[in-house]
Design a binder for this molecule. Structure first.
Ligand SMILES: Nc1nc2c([nH]c(=O)n2[C@H]2C[C@H](O)[C@@H](COP(=O)(O)OP(=O)(O)OP(=O)(O)O)O2)c(=O)[nH]1
Length: 132
């Protein structure tokens, strides 16, 4: 069974989580992306977040939130995505970059707009009172 290995950024402000929509897609994703061979979690996180959002993650502030696995959105049944998730501070001004078309701050009521693995993450964030 194939498993896609991703590192994601959980950025919550005022009970809402920063989410991204790629060009041509209608489902929202947490920002982040695939690990390259030999890369650490933090290296993947900082690289992907600069690519997608044009900001710099503050590495010392990163904290593991959890690791979640589910069917990968848009892939053949049985292809899983594992999301290793970190909270972290950042420097700079958020703006959509490269394939990202739009940013939004989503709340728990928006759960139906996100991918299956992100639904698990939304449930976790709700259970810990992080997400409104
Ligand atoms: N980044 C991200 N990917 C997700 C999320 N939920 C989810 O199912 N995925 C899945 C969608 C795809 O089936 C799988 C691979 O993503 P992708 O096809 O966008 O990867 P990519 O080649 O563009 O590589 P990359 O830019 O993400 O590194 O990850 C999510 O919340 N964030």
């Amino acid at each position: 069974m194939r498993e896609i290995d991703k590192v994601a950024w959980i950025r919550i402000e005022d009970g809402r989580v920063l989410s991204t929509r790629s060009r041509g897609k209608d489902v929202w994703y947490l920002p982040g992306g695939k690990r390259e061979a030999g890369e650490t979690d933090l290296a993947t996180l900082t690289r992907e977040i600069t690519e997608e959002l044009d900001v710099t993650i503050v590495p010392e502030s990163a904290a593991h939130v959890g690791t979640f696995t589910a069917q990968a959105h848009g892939q053949a049944a049985g292809t899983l995505v594992r999301m290793t998730c970190y909270s972290a501070d950042f420097r700079g001004a958020l703006r959509p970059a490269s394939e990202i078309e739009e940013l939004a701050w989503l709340g728990y009521a928006d759960r139906h707009l996100v991918s299956p693995v992100d639904q698990l993450i939304f449930d976790h964030l709700r259970a810990t009172d992080a997400l409104r």
